[in-house]
Design a protein. Structure first.
Length: 173
């Protein structure tokens, strides 16, 4: 029975892949870890009686900008590349202080984690979930962290605007 189920799952996965290298087993493990983390946080919140706490619009704004910044820092910043190195390989420089990386192809879990840690859009789901859990259990500390990341995101924007305005001024002369 188990062998028949395994063969059916393998056959479905092969049909889905259509010959492409897709680490479905790695994705399944990453999703299971995410679901377990969220489930555990939900259970603890229910036991502690904090599950009814709501995120204010101000906290949502902080969480949005903070999620953006932390996702980019973790997935693209040159300084955080050692954390991604087991799962990616350096390809080229990216935007200001950012790098472009290729996901390692060996091992389904390594490949799936590589896709996660090198993609700011993918990582944002995890970061936002972390902020949500933080606002649930430690709103004061989470607010400070999200505020700092929001300030850095705003500063990045101003740096880019300044650099653009500087280029415009230099081109007029």
């Amino acid at each position: 029975m188990t062998e028949k189920l395994s063969e059916s799952v393998r056959s479905e996965a092969d049909e889905y892949r259509q010959g492409a290298e897709r680490p479905l087993g790695g994705y399944a493990l990453v999703m299971t870890a995410f679901a377990g983390l969220v489930g555990l946080a939900g259970a603890v919140a229910a036991v502690r009686g904090t599950s009814g706490r709501r995120i204010t619009p101000y906290e949502l704004l902080l969480m949005t900008a903070g999620t953006h910044k932390l996702s980019r820092l973790a997935s693209k910043d040159a300084v955080t590349s050692p954390r991604r190195a087991p799962f990616t390989r350096y390809r080229d420089s990216g935007g200001p202080a950012e790098v472009m990386e290729d996901v390692r192809q060996t091992g389904q879990l390594r490949h799936a984690v590589g896709e996660l840690v090198s993609c700011p859009f993918c990582l944002a789901v995890w970061v936002a979930t972390g902020f949500s859990i933080g606002f649930l259990f430690a709103p004061g500390v989470t607010r400070v962290v999200a505020s700092a990341l929001t300030a850095v995101a705003g500063s990045d924007y101003l740096q880019l605007v300044y650099a653009h305005m500087q280029q415009v001024a230099e081109n007029k002369h």
